[in-house]
Design a protein around this ligand. Structure first.
Ligand SMILES: *Cc1c(COP(=O)(O)O)cnc(C)c1O
Length: 217
């Protein structure tokens, strides 16, 4: 599917949900995609991208930033504390703030660097043991802790369990955000971004529907 088709579907979902046109940002998830495909999407005018590995992003985005104005790259994958400094210098936003140790590291680096990317707290809405994220019952305390550290928490992020109805998870994330006074929601991927928009997503993370299947081979 092309970028313009995805944008059409986002616009229709905004209207269907009674939301303002342009209220949803499309993050084009470019991880693992060959540079030619990323370049083609840049040439079509897309400027906001998502990557899930620090090293991979460091390898390709400095060059693209030099070639195109206004590029923004968000980290959507897990962040190890030993890569936090590099991540803070590479990304405009980090969607995977998922534990106290990382919050303290980011806070210390923010003081030292005098700047911090926008942050999204990742919530493990499905309470899956293998998945990153703060448990829903611990989210309020964690958000308060991050605010106490002066971190710029803008919103919440989730990745629903693959075998459950995602709308329930999107609604839960929306509820946690609302009671904490947060208005940005990073949720929805290629298969479910319209459902996420219906539940209030402000950032949808769409990869394969734009770029085609990822080839890990
Ligand atoms: C890869 C990835 C996406 C995009 O997934 P698609 O199904 O290709 O749209 C979205 N969010 C996260 C966190 C990812 O790692």
């Amino acid at each position: 599917m092309s970028l313009s088709q995805i944008k059409d579907r986002i616009a229709k979902a905004e209207t269907a949900a009674g939301r303002a046109p342009g209220s949803v940002e499309l993050i084009a998830v470019s991880k693992v995609q060959p540079n030619e495909r990323v370049q083609a999407v840049l040439d079509e005018g897309q400027r906001l991208f998502g990557e899930n590995k620090v090293q991979e992003a460091a390898g390709k985005w400095p060059d693209f930033r030099a070639q195109y104005d206004g590029v923004q790259v968000h980290l959507i994958g897990p962040l190890q504390t030993n890569k936090a400094r590099q991540a803070m210098q590479l990304f405009e936003a980090i969607h995977s703030l998922d534990r106290p140790k990382l919050a303290h590291t980011l806070a210390r680096l923010a003081q030292e660097l005098g700047a911090c990317p926008d942050l999204f707290v990742q919530v493990n809405t499905g309470e899956e043991p293998q998945k990153a994220g703060i448990l829903p019952t611990e989210a309020d305390d964690f958000i308060a802790e991050c605010r106490g550290l002066d971190l710029p928490v803008r919103g919440l992020m989730c990745i629903p369990p693959v075998d459950e109805e995602p709308s329930l998870h999107f609604a839960l994330l929306n509820k946690i955000a609302a009671r904490n006074g947060l208005d940005q929601l990073s949720m929805g991927m290629s298969d479910d971004f319209e459902k996420a928009i219906a539940q209030g997503a402000t950032h949808v993370r769409v990869g394969s529907a734009i770029f085609g299947a990822r080839d890990y081979g």
